[in-house]
Structure formats: C-alpha cells, structure tokens
Design a protein around this ligand. Structure first.
Ligand code: NAD
Length: 256
C-alpha cells in the first residue's frame, strides 16, 4: 500500500467512526504488544522457544502435570503481566466508550488491560490470568498471592483444601465460556462498525466474530500489522500499530 492510499484508508475510517453509533472493538494480543506483552505468533521471540504456548496453554498437559505452567507463570507471565500498563490503544477505546460511541470490547486477551484503561463493558472470551481458582473448592486467589506461594510450593496447592489451582483462562482444548459467547453474539448483532484490532484471526471460534458482524450488516475495519485471512472481507485495512491508529480514530469522535 502506498503512503497516499494508507492516508486515504485512515481518512475513510475516521469518517466511518464519526458516523457510527454502535462500534464494537474485537481485540487480540497485538493491542497489548505496545504494553510490553509479547504475542504468541510473532514467534521470532526466543521466549516462545523456551516456553511453548502449545504446552503451557494446553489443558491436557496442565491437568496431567501443572509444573510446566507454574514454572512459566513464575519465570515469565507474572513479571510481564504485573508490570504491563494500558497503552494509547487501550485508552482510545475507553475514550470512545465514554463518548457513547463504542458499546463493547470483545477481547481474546487475558491481561486485564482494557479494564485497567477504563473500559467498562469488556467481554473476555479467554478469561483473565489475574484470577486463579481452586478446581476443588472454588476459592479464588490473586496473582500476587500465588506468586509468593510459588517460592516454596510448585505446583501450588490450595491453602484451604489442598486442591489443584488453575488460572481463570481458557486453555487450548477447553470450551469458551458460554456467558461470554452469548454476550458477544448480542453486541455483534447490534453493532454498526466492527474494529478488529491486533489479532491474527486464526484462533476459532473467536476469529470468526468479525465476519459474523460483517454478515450482520456492520462495516469491518481490520487494524493489524500483518495480513489476516479476512483482509479481503474488510471495508478498510489499516496495517499499523494499534497504539498509533486508535487515538486518531478516537479524535475523530471528539472532533465531531
Ligand atoms: P496473535 O498472536 O495470533 O496475533 C497478534 C497479531 O497482532 C499479529 O497478527 C500481529 O501482526 C499483530 N500485531 C502485533 N503488534 C501489533 C500492534 N502494535 N498493532 C497492531 N497489530 C499488531 O494474537 P491473537 O489473535 O490474539 O491470538 C493469540 C491467542 O493467545 C489469543 O487466544 C490470546 O488469548 C492469547 N494471548 C493473549 C495475550 C494477552 O493477553 N496480551 C498475549 C499473547 C497471547
């Protein structure tokens, strides 16, 4: 795409955002990359060679032996998530919601950064890694509590009943939570513009949601640094960093 047509696509998207009344944002790991949380699929990062997502995010491996996951949590995940802060992309979406333009954020992310930025209606399709629960008695723990426990006990048992602890995230091989799927279907049916941001659109069923909104009559804008399987389906493509583009779209709302 030439710089001139990129400017055109941005101008057209700003006009779409200004004219829409029920925008939904569908977000993936890319929106949090600028907060310092690496994506799984931009895999030249040696982190994902040391800790293979197919192992630490796989439910069968976790249920058989959670040691691999808790080592990953102790060495990597806790540090990355606890130090991450929302970036201008998360903040722009929260601003659009406050302005009454954006009705919901549907996210595949498990980092809690949309809520931290001030977004109120956040539909978490894959859960939230900041919550940890006992599979036996349902007692919940914070990330901080479990991180401390890991200094002496790995894997960490529940302090009340000795049961197995699991982060409240959807592992590969698990079903997505029905309540989140139903709420997502409701907001997708009502939206007039879907912004798909920072997702490779490869993990189903979530990846089918932008197409679902488009088939329901909404406009579709894909904001992603690299191509996705749904690019031909989109009304506009903005192959840029989310943290740079989204504030320009939020400005289009406030300038109106
Ligand atoms: P993905 O890793 O498959 O794709 C991320 C996409 O974001 C890539 O196509 C990449 O080109 C793009 N990207 C990277 N930086 C960007 C930026 N600054 N601006 C715009 N685009 C950018 O992510 P996915 O589709 O969300 O699927 C990964 C799965 O892994 C999800 O299920 C998610 O739950 C999980 N995950 C979550 C986090 C998180 O919570 N932050 C991080 C890694 C993985």
């Amino acid at each position: 795409m030439s710089p001139e047509s990129e400017d055109d696509a941005l101008a057209r998207t700003r006009a779409r955002v200004a004219g829409a009344s029920k925008i939904v944002a569908f977000t993936g790991a890319g929106i949090s990359a600028e907060s310092g949380i690496p994506t799984y699929r931009d895999c030249d990062d040696s982190l994902w060679r040391r800790y293979d997502p197919d192992l630490f995010a796989n439910i069968d491996v976790f249920m058989r032996d959670s040691t691999y996951y808790w080592n990953f949590f102790k060495d990597v995940r806790y540090q990355v998530i606890s130090s991450a802060r929302p970036n201008p992309g998360h903040e722009a979406l929260a601003e659009m919601e406050r302005a009454g333009k954006l009705s919901a954020v549907i996210t595949q992310n498990i980092d809690g950064l949309h809520r931290a930025a001030g977004s109120r209606r956040v539909i978490e399709l894959h859960g939230n890694t900041r919550r940890i629960s006992c599979l036996a008695c349902s007692r919940t723990y914070s990330m901080e509590e479990v991180r401390e426990q890991l200094e002496t006990e790995l894997p960490p048992p529940c302090r009340i009943c000795g049961g197995k602890l699991k982060p409240d995230v959807v592992f590969f091989g698990e079903q997505l939570p029905q309540a989140a799927l139903s709420e997502a279907a409701r907001v997708l049916a009502e939206c007039d513009l879907l912004l798909a941001i920072g997702s490779s659109l490869q993990i189903y069923p979530a990846a089918g949601m932008p197409q679902q909104a488009k088939l329901g009559g909404a406009g579709l804008v894909i904001i992603n640094k690299t191509p996705t399987p749904y690019d031909d389906f989109a009304d506009e493509l903005l192959p840029h960093a989310a943290g740079e583009v989204l504030p320009l779209l939020a400005d289009a709302v406030s300038e109106r």
